[in-house]
Design a protein around this ligand. Sequence first.
Ligand SMILES: Cc1cc2nc3c(=O)[nH]c(=O)nc-3n(C[C@H](O)[C@H](O)[C@H](O)COP(=O)(O)O)c2cc1C
Length: 187
Amino acid sequence: MKILLVVAHPRSNSLTHAVAAAFSDAARSKGHTVELADLMAEGFDPVMREADEPDWENPDKTYSPEVQREMERVERNEATVLVFPVWWWSMPALLKGWIDRVWNNGWAYGKKTYPHKRVWMLAVAGSIEESYAKRGYDTAMQTQLNTGILDYCGVAEPRLNILFGSVEGDDGPDHILAQARNLGSDF
Ligand SMILES: Cc1cc2nc3c(=O)[nH]c(=O)nc-3n(C[C@H](O)[C@H](O)[C@H](O)COP(=O)(O)O)c2cc1C
């Protein structure tokens, strides 16, 4: 499959970027192609302005040139993988803004559904699984991101993978990178 790999992190030597690379290498070794969308390096503007605000009366609205380019980048691929650190039990504003602007009315929901059947999220989490379960953050993220965004946009094979313990716990980055490789092999 042709995979669009969207990464949202300010630092290229971050664990998040290493997770993206591990996933990508493993997916490529299984015959997939991977196009990288490094939103921070590309200077993507996550702020929704009037040009990209949905017009509920007009599902055929022409959005800004930047958003049209992003839509074309999605359309020339067959699946999307979003890789990001968990910030405040959610995704960074950079990625949230990419979804706000690009996954727009009439293209990702409403008249149409998101162009890809399979969208996976790889969320690199600082805390351990037990901490998430204790307060229900895992369920909250599944509801918000998986159901609220992917399912809402008609993605038939949605998946939120939370890779726990980048900061807390004993498993550390190697364990997270191994999971990323496995996910790339399984894609
Ligand atoms: C602004 C901010 C908010 C964070 N919020 C959370 C959080 O809600 N839950 C969590 O598990 N980790 C949280 N973390 C920790 C990050 O997930 C952690 O720094 C990241 O997984 C480490 O990977 P990186 O080197 O790619 O940044 C937060 C980090 C930052 C900078």
